[in-house]
Design a binder for this molecule. Structure first.
Ligand SMILES: [Zn+2]
Length: 225
Protein backbone atom coordinates (compact mmCIF):
# COMPACT_ATOMS: atom_id res chain seq x y z
CA UNK A 1 0.00 0.00 0.00
CA UNK A 2 1.26 3.48 -0.79
CA UNK A 3 1.22 6.01 2.02
CA UNK A 4 -2.03 8.04 1.92
CA UNK A 5 -0.14 11.13 3.08
CA UNK A 6 2.98 11.31 0.90
CA UNK A 7 2.47 8.42 -1.55
CA UNK A 8 5.71 6.86 -0.39
CA UNK A 9 6.44 3.15 0.03
CA UNK A 10 5.38 1.37 3.20
CA UNK A 11 6.07 -1.76 5.19
CA UNK A 12 3.08 -3.92 6.10
CA UNK A 13 2.36 -5.83 9.27
CA UNK A 14 -0.23 -8.55 8.67
CA UNK A 15 -0.21 -9.98 12.19
CA UNK A 16 -3.09 -7.88 13.50
CA UNK A 17 -6.27 -9.97 13.29
CA UNK A 18 -8.47 -7.17 11.94
CA UNK A 19 -6.32 -4.80 9.92
CA UNK A 20 -3.17 -4.60 7.84
CA UNK A 21 -0.94 -2.02 9.49
CA UNK A 22 1.12 0.14 7.18
CA UNK A 23 4.14 2.23 8.12
CA UNK A 24 5.44 4.72 5.59
CA UNK A 25 9.19 4.50 5.26
CA UNK A 26 9.36 8.03 3.88
CA UNK A 27 7.27 10.19 6.23
CA UNK A 28 6.61 7.82 9.17
CA UNK A 29 2.82 7.89 8.86
CA UNK A 30 1.09 4.79 10.21
CA UNK A 31 -2.16 3.70 8.64
CA UNK A 32 -4.38 0.67 8.37
CA UNK A 33 -6.58 -1.19 5.96
CA UNK A 34 -9.41 -3.31 7.26
CA UNK A 35 -9.04 -6.95 6.26
CA UNK A 36 -11.80 -8.52 4.15
CA UNK A 37 -14.71 -9.79 6.21
CA UNK A 38 -13.98 -7.59 9.23
CA UNK A 39 -16.96 -5.43 10.18
CA UNK A 40 -16.45 -1.82 11.19
CA UNK A 41 -17.18 -1.17 14.83
CA UNK A 42 -20.77 0.05 15.38
CA UNK A 43 -20.98 3.72 16.40
CA UNK A 44 -24.01 3.77 18.64
CA UNK A 45 -24.95 4.29 22.28
CA UNK A 46 -23.03 1.15 23.24
CA UNK A 47 -19.85 2.73 21.83
CA UNK A 48 -19.93 5.34 24.61
CA UNK A 49 -21.64 3.40 27.39
CA UNK A 50 -20.13 -0.07 27.07
CA UNK A 51 -17.39 -0.66 24.51
CA UNK A 52 -15.33 2.42 25.40
CA UNK A 53 -16.91 3.19 28.77
CA UNK A 54 -13.55 3.51 30.48
CA UNK A 55 -12.37 6.10 27.94
CA UNK A 56 -15.50 8.24 28.12
CA UNK A 57 -15.65 7.98 31.93
CA UNK A 58 -12.23 9.62 32.14
CA UNK A 59 -12.17 12.64 29.83
CA UNK A 60 -8.85 14.42 29.40
CA UNK A 61 -9.61 17.39 31.63
CA UNK A 62 -6.07 18.74 31.39
CA UNK A 63 -6.46 18.97 27.62
CA UNK A 64 -9.91 20.53 28.00
CA UNK A 65 -8.42 23.18 30.29
CA UNK A 66 -5.67 23.89 27.75
CA UNK A 67 -8.34 24.52 25.13
CA UNK A 68 -10.34 26.64 27.57
CA UNK A 69 -7.30 28.87 27.98
CA UNK A 70 -7.10 29.26 24.22
CA UNK A 71 -10.75 30.31 24.31
CA UNK A 72 -9.92 32.86 26.99
CA UNK A 73 -7.30 34.42 24.72
CA UNK A 74 -9.81 34.96 21.92
CA UNK A 75 -11.22 38.43 21.38
CA UNK A 76 -14.90 38.26 22.28
CA UNK A 77 -17.31 37.19 21.03
CA UNK A 78 -15.57 33.95 20.12
CA UNK A 79 -17.00 30.86 18.53
CA UNK A 80 -15.81 27.27 18.78
CA UNK A 81 -16.80 24.16 16.86
CA UNK A 82 -15.83 20.66 17.99
CA UNK A 83 -15.78 18.36 14.96
CA UNK A 84 -16.32 14.78 16.06
CA UNK A 85 -17.54 15.92 19.48
CA UNK A 86 -18.67 12.44 20.54
CA UNK A 87 -20.86 12.81 23.61
CA UNK A 88 -19.97 16.49 23.88
CA UNK A 89 -17.59 16.19 26.83
CA UNK A 90 -15.38 19.14 25.80
CA UNK A 91 -18.38 21.36 25.09
CA UNK A 92 -19.92 20.49 28.46
CA UNK A 93 -16.62 21.34 30.12
CA UNK A 94 -16.37 24.71 28.38
CA UNK A 95 -20.05 25.46 29.01
CA UNK A 96 -19.69 24.79 32.74
CA UNK A 97 -16.43 26.68 33.22
CA UNK A 98 -17.47 29.90 34.88
CA UNK A 99 -14.11 31.58 34.28
CA UNK A 100 -14.35 31.14 30.51
CA UNK A 101 -14.85 34.02 28.15
CA UNK A 102 -18.23 33.99 26.39
CA UNK A 103 -18.02 31.69 23.41
CA UNK A 104 -20.66 30.23 21.11
CA UNK A 105 -20.31 26.45 21.31
CA UNK A 106 -21.11 24.08 18.44
CA UNK A 107 -20.56 20.34 18.21
CA UNK A 108 -20.77 18.06 15.17
CA UNK A 109 -20.92 14.30 15.36
CA UNK A 110 -22.42 11.30 13.63
CA UNK A 111 -24.04 10.52 17.00
CA UNK A 112 -27.01 12.52 18.26
CA UNK A 113 -26.66 14.90 21.20
CA UNK A 114 -28.90 17.41 22.92
CA UNK A 115 -30.78 19.63 22.51
CA UNK A 116 -29.05 21.50 25.29
CA UNK A 117 -29.04 25.09 26.47
CA UNK A 118 -25.88 26.95 25.47
CA UNK A 119 -24.61 24.29 23.05
CA UNK A 120 -25.63 23.82 19.44
CA UNK A 121 -25.35 20.16 18.46
CA UNK A 122 -25.41 19.20 14.79
CA UNK A 123 -25.76 15.53 13.85
CA UNK A 124 -24.22 14.38 10.59
CA UNK A 125 -21.16 13.76 8.47
CA UNK A 126 -18.83 16.77 8.43
CA UNK A 127 -18.00 16.04 4.78
CA UNK A 128 -21.68 16.33 3.81
CA UNK A 129 -23.05 18.97 6.17
CA UNK A 130 -23.54 22.45 4.82
CA UNK A 131 -22.23 24.65 7.64
CA UNK A 132 -22.08 28.06 6.05
CA UNK A 133 -20.24 29.70 8.93
CA UNK A 134 -16.71 30.09 10.14
CA UNK A 135 -15.45 29.83 13.70
CA UNK A 136 -12.64 31.46 15.62
CA UNK A 137 -11.55 28.08 17.02
CA UNK A 138 -11.98 24.71 15.30
CA UNK A 139 -11.29 21.70 17.51
CA UNK A 140 -11.14 18.02 16.61
CA UNK A 141 -10.03 15.59 19.29
CA UNK A 142 -9.21 11.92 18.68
CA UNK A 143 -11.17 11.93 15.44
CA UNK A 144 -8.71 12.28 12.56
CA UNK A 145 -7.39 8.74 13.15
CA UNK A 146 -10.85 7.42 12.21
CA UNK A 147 -10.97 9.32 8.91
CA UNK A 148 -9.83 7.73 5.65
CA UNK A 149 -9.50 11.00 3.70
CA UNK A 150 -7.10 12.78 6.03
CA UNK A 151 -6.21 15.61 3.66
CA UNK A 152 -9.88 16.21 2.85
CA UNK A 153 -10.69 16.30 6.56
CA UNK A 154 -7.95 18.82 7.29
CA UNK A 155 -9.15 20.98 4.38
CA UNK A 156 -12.67 20.86 5.87
CA UNK A 157 -11.37 21.96 9.27
CA UNK A 158 -9.42 24.80 7.68
CA UNK A 159 -12.50 25.92 5.78
CA UNK A 160 -14.46 26.07 9.04
CA UNK A 161 -11.87 28.38 10.59
CA UNK A 162 -12.25 32.06 9.95
CA UNK A 163 -9.21 33.92 8.61
CA UNK A 164 -6.60 33.98 11.36
CA UNK A 165 -8.57 31.40 13.31
CA UNK A 166 -7.12 28.54 15.28
CA UNK A 167 -7.39 24.83 14.44
CA UNK A 168 -6.68 22.43 17.30
CA UNK A 169 -6.29 18.74 16.46
CA UNK A 170 -5.08 15.91 18.61
CA UNK A 171 -4.68 12.24 17.87
CA UNK A 172 -2.96 9.08 19.01
CA UNK A 173 0.78 9.40 19.38
CA UNK A 174 1.59 6.11 17.72
CA UNK A 175 5.28 6.74 18.27
CA UNK A 176 4.83 6.96 22.04
CA UNK A 177 6.50 4.55 24.45
CA UNK A 178 3.07 3.20 25.44
CA UNK A 179 2.16 2.27 21.88
CA UNK A 180 5.57 0.78 21.20
CA UNK A 181 5.16 -1.34 24.35
CA UNK A 182 1.64 -2.33 23.27
CA UNK A 183 2.91 -3.45 19.85
CA UNK A 184 5.68 -5.48 21.46
CA UNK A 185 3.33 -7.14 23.95
CA UNK A 186 0.86 -7.97 21.19
CA UNK A 187 3.54 -10.15 19.59
CA UNK A 188 3.41 -12.26 22.75
CA UNK A 189 -0.38 -12.37 22.75
CA UNK A 190 -0.93 -9.66 25.37
CA UNK A 191 -3.53 -7.15 24.19
CA UNK A 192 -3.58 -3.87 26.11
CA UNK A 193 -6.52 -2.28 24.33
CA UNK A 194 -9.38 -3.38 22.09
CA UNK A 195 -7.67 -2.23 18.92
CA UNK A 196 -10.45 -2.11 16.40
CA UNK A 197 -10.82 -0.94 12.84
CA UNK A 198 -9.46 2.52 13.42
CA UNK A 199 -6.75 4.07 11.34
CA UNK A 200 -3.45 4.40 13.12
CA UNK A 201 -1.91 7.82 12.97
CA UNK A 202 1.01 9.89 14.08
CA UNK A 203 1.45 13.42 15.21
CA UNK A 204 3.63 14.16 12.18
CA UNK A 205 0.64 13.32 10.00
CA UNK A 206 -1.22 16.30 11.38
CA UNK A 207 1.59 18.68 10.64
CA UNK A 208 1.90 17.21 7.15
CA UNK A 209 -1.82 17.65 6.55
CA UNK A 210 -1.79 21.25 7.73
CA UNK A 211 1.34 22.30 5.93
CA UNK A 212 0.72 24.66 3.06
CA UNK A 213 1.90 23.07 -0.20
CA UNK A 214 2.94 26.46 -1.52
CA UNK A 215 5.26 27.57 1.25
CA UNK A 216 5.52 24.43 3.47
CA UNK A 217 4.73 26.38 6.64
CA UNK A 218 2.02 25.08 9.01
CA UNK A 219 0.34 28.49 9.14
CA UNK A 220 0.57 28.78 5.39
CA UNK A 221 1.04 31.74 3.15
CA UNK A 222 -2.63 32.60 2.74
CA UNK A 223 -3.02 30.70 -0.49
CA UNK A 224 -5.41 27.74 -0.49
CA UNK A 225 -3.92 24.46 0.75
ZN1 LIG B 1 4.29 8.88 3.88
Amino acid sequence: MDCPICGGPSTLDERHPEVRLGHCTRCGHRFSQVKPGVAMEPYDAAYFEETHRNWFSHPNLALFEQIARLVDREPTPGSLIDVGCGNGALLHYLSGRSASSPVALTGVDLAANGPEAGIEFIQGDIFLLDIARQFSIVVSLMTIEHIADIRGFVRRLRALARPGGLVVINTINDDSTLYMAARMLRRFGVVLSPSNASIADTTCTISAGLRCPNCSKPRGCGRPA
